[in-house]
Design a protein around this ligand. Structure first.
Ligand code: AR6
Length: 177
């Protein structure tokens, strides 16, 4: 576990499976259909059960950079916030879209009066975003959002691999952000 000094113990980095976390909401790195897929999206749908897919179907999709909320069903998390990251293109739009995913997810969490939220590394798997770049955007956007949404007391970045976990830990410790 790594803790961010600038924001007390609000920002935290952990390694593991996001579907196991007992938080108010976990964030899903979805696609714009919201109908499931591979990676973390597949893991969340498997763990939440078929009721999640039924609720997602009723939403009718989500544009890149935006977020939608559903219940967590069989997950330990009460809610799932589904956001759609950009496919990495190497252009200037990437960073703005990725930042909007974090912003809009936290905005929804605040609107639902949620205080703890866990994020995976959005866009860093199938969508090809380099983790070193994405990590800086994630941490920076969340730090800024905490000023706007003071009721959010815990943001956990959950990384699947050793390598990604180490990158986030060093960034949070003041390394590259
Ligand atoms: N817990 C935490 N992190 C995980 C888990 C898990 N259980 N499983 C994977 N990761 P990806 P994307 C990490 O591909 O790049 C889906 O098919 C993984 O190691 O899940 O935003 C959607 O339906 C990586 O670092 O999401 C979309 O079509 C990170 O989660 C597309 O993939 C994100 O990888 C979205 O691609």
């Amino acid at each position: 576990m790594s803790v961010d000094k600038a924001t007390g113990d609000i920002l935290e980095v952990r390694q593991g499976d996001i579907t196991r976390l007992e938080v108010d909401a976990i964030v899903n790195a979805a696609n714009s259909s919201l109908l499931g897929g591979g990676g973390v999206d597949g893991a969340i749908h498997r763990a939440a059960g078929k009721e999640l897919l039924a609720e997602c179907r009723s939403i009718g999709g989500c544009p890149v950079g935006e977020a939608r909320i559903t219940r967590g069903y069989h997950l330990p998390a009460r809610y799932v916030i589904h956001t759609v990251g950009p496919v990495y293109t190497g252009t200037v739009q990437d960073a703005a879209l990725l930042s909007r995913c974090y912003e809009n997810s936290l905005k929804l969490a605040a609107q639902y009066h949620l205080s703890s939220i866990a994020f995976p590394a959005i866009s860093c798997g199938a969508y090809g975003y380099p983790i070193e770049k994405a990590c800086g955007i994630a941490i920076d956007t969340c730090r800024k959002a905490l000023d706007v949404w003071p009721d959010i007391h815990k943001i956990i970045f959950v990384l699947f691999s050793d390598k990604d976990h180490a990158i986030y830990q060093s960034a949070l410790a003041g390394g590259i952000v």
